[in-house]
Design a protein. Sequence first.
Length: 310
Amino acid sequence: MLDIVIAFFALGLVAGLVKSDLKVPVAIYDTLAILLMLVLGLKGGMALHGALGAALLPELLAVAALGLVLPVACYPVLRRLVRLSSDDASSVAAHYGSVSAGTFAVVVALAERSGLALAPQTTLYLVMLELPAIVLMLLWQRHLSGRDGGACVLWEALTSRGVLLLGGGVLIGYLYGPVGLAPLKPVLIDGFKTMLSLYLLEMGLCTARSFTASSPLRHWRLMVFAVLAPFALAWAGIAVALLLRLPEGSALVLAALAASASYIAAPAAIRSAIPNADLGLATLAALGITFPVNVLLGLPVYQRWVHCFY
């Protein structure tokens, strides 16, 4: 049977496809997104409390390097096989090099439910993978168009909502630890799955909207890419996890992150930095196809693949 949080995503997807009047108010959705990213950061910070050292630096740098490799691998495929323009190829590559916080939340819940070992620094993988692909592809597109402003791109990425919440949550969790955060535990930490379920209900509705609004059959090459790419990219995450000798749960998380595509941070950055890119295409691929493929089909497959090495 599906995990309970995935059932909420399926409910939202069905409601959207049948054009139900079910809606999650924008203010509630924004609040849930903020709380989820903050709680993910807090959980990671608490796990790191008293355990953070210089020995983690090579591991985190390797994860960040993965974030640079993924868009570089995707860009030529998007240009030559999917036949996108350079603007759209850079945009979609940035989405697939970056990661999905929603997918991260689901795979962490899956790993915990399955009793898989998670390294304390696992939450930092999300932070380390959020930025490199976006910054790299925006710099690449600025190079192609003859524009400068790389420092501005980096600053905008570093000050984005997701990065600040995740990074700030990690810092607060690390400084205060489980004892200091005990007053918040009943609502924030223990309420994580409830917040994730409601968030995924809205994600299901959003997926249905993006799928029906973009005439997907006109972009069949991109659809094929969005279905197949996660299963190929997951192997990059598994390879890095094996290289770093991560515990099984962390390996599963890294595989799922590599397979995911951003639909929050990347669109916000690309909207202003690559004005000629069609964000509808990236949304169709990342949210309309890859996200449901991952949460409904991909995660159990990645778990079996990872388990073969443990």
